[in-house]
Design a binder for this molecule. Structure first.
Ligand SMILES: Cc1cc2nc3c(=O)[nH]c(=O)nc-3n(C[C@H](O)[C@H](O)[C@H](O)COP(=O)(O)OP(=O)(O)OC[C@H]3O[C@@H](n4cnc5c(N)ncnc54)[C@H](O)[C@@H]3O)c2cc1C
Length: 369
């Protein structure tokens, strides 16, 4: 009998959580360690900010999922792992021993000055719950008067967060929204997407500033590297994502971005009993974009390989697959769709995204009760 310990109940572990009972039926023990009893689906997160979805519609109950299938849930955060003794150390000070360990610890949003936000009005766009807190804060402030929202970042998350922040309305009033996009907004996306996004934002009065990078974001203001200051009541930080530092801190081999280095079996070559998926890994064969699509594509491989490792059976390799679909939610009932060289915008694009996302969440409807 082996003990499978899962760190993080995110998108990459969802398949394993569904299969907990099967793994236990093979004679093993399964423990999930996650800081919260629920996990929020990032694909629909901006829609919670904009009011399209309620927080209840976009979360899945990871605690209930694992417990209903006979596993153990530990509400805690892992801080380090001692691979020599096969023990994880928790923020509470507790420890958990494992035979097989799998990481789905996600990613963190860097801040401009590398210090964690000190104000309730400065929010990183992950954890996704922050988008709901941001909505509540904007609504509260709108009841008192005009509100300025700053979105720091120039990528897809900044696009979605700005578009949805603009859709928050109280008594017919919406916040003024400015994106601090560095030197060029959406610079890694095709020019056509950038033009469509800029046209949408211009129509809706959302400002995009391409005046250089932000040096610091603090309560009430955004300070650019040039020294220019801009007042802001609520600030969202959307500066990309990177894996947490816990792998390097634990002496595990990492990729250049600090993600856990894994081979084509999603397995650490250094410690074969350690696996991982989602944003927190560095897939050594081919670095992968930090998108939920890969976490979801890794489900079946993690499901197979974790029980295969416990049972001493052969592992299966992960194939990242071809190009993936991207649809951005602009927050006004429209979106921008991109795949196979095809780009289109408007309501049909958002309809596609909404349908796909609702279908994904429907997988959890039984567990959500
Ligand atoms: C605003 C926004 C919108 C996005 N929209 C899309 C989209 O539409 N489509 C798409 O493909 N991608 C999207 N992404 C990217 C997507 O969020 C990530 O790629 C995806 O969440 C990765 O999934 P994951 O399972 O690796 O991590 P996560 O979903 O972040 O899950 C990680 C889990 O691990 C837990 N955890 C973290 N640290 C610890 C620890 N130390 N100990 C224990 N547990 C821990 C967390 O609480 C969390 O539950 C978006 C990102 C953002 C910020």
């Amino acid at each position: 009998m082996g003990h499978l310990v899962l760190i993080g109940g995110g998108h990459a572990h969802a398949g394993v959580l569904f299969d907990t009972a099967k793994i236990i039926a093979q004679g093993h023990q399964v423990t999930l360690i996650n800081p919260t009893p629920q996990h929020y689906y990032s694909g629909m997160g901006p829609g919670v900010l904009g009011g399209t979805y309620s927080p209840e519609q976009i979360r899945f109950p990871v605690k209930a999922m694992v417990e209903a299938r006979g596993g153990t849930f530990v509400e805690d955060r892992m801080v380090s792992v001692d691979a020599a003794s096969r023990t994880v150390l928790l923020a509470s000070g507790g420890t958990v021993d494992y035979d097989v360990l799998s990481f789905n610890a996600g990613s963190v949003i860097p801040t401009p000055d590398e210090t964690p936000p000190q104000s309730k009005d400065v929010l990183t766009v992950k954890p996704i719950q922050n988008l709901w807190f941001g909505r509540e804060r904007i609504e509260t402030l709108l009841k008192q008067g005009p509100v300025r929202v700053a979105v720091v970042g120039g990528g897809p998350a900044a696009l979605e967060v700005a578009g949805n922040a603009r859709s928050v309305r109280v008594d017919g009033r919406s916040p003024e929204v400015t994106v601090f996009a560095g030197k060029k907004f959406l610079r890694n996306l095709p020019e056509r997407i950038r033009s469509m996004a800029l046209a949408n934002f211009a129509r809706r009065g959302i400002n995009v500033l391409e005046a250089g990078y932000v040096h610091r974001a603090e309560s009430g203001r955004v300070i650019l590297q040039s020294g220019d200051e801009h007042k802001a009541d609520v600030i969202f930080l959307a500066l990309g994502v990177r894996p947490p530092t816990l792998f390097a801190d634990s002496g595990l081999t990492t990729g250049p971005d600090g993600g856990l280095a894994v081979n084509r079996f999603l397995q650490s070559a250094q410690h074969p009993e350690i696996f991982g998926g989602g944003d927190c890994i560095h897939f050594t064969d081919q670095p992968l974009d930090k998108v939920g699509v890969y976490a979801v594509r890794q489900h079946p491989v993690l499901v197979h390989n974790l029980s295969a490792q416990l049972n001493g059976q052969p592992l299966m390799p992960f194939d990242p697959g071809g190009k993936y679909l991207l649809i951005f939610n602009l927050g006004d009932g429209t979106g921008i769709f991109m795949k196979w060289g095809l780009i289109f915008g408007g309501k049909p694009a958002f309809w596609f995204k909404d349908t796909i996302d609702r279908r994904f969440m429907a997988l959890f409807s039984t567990d959500n009760g």
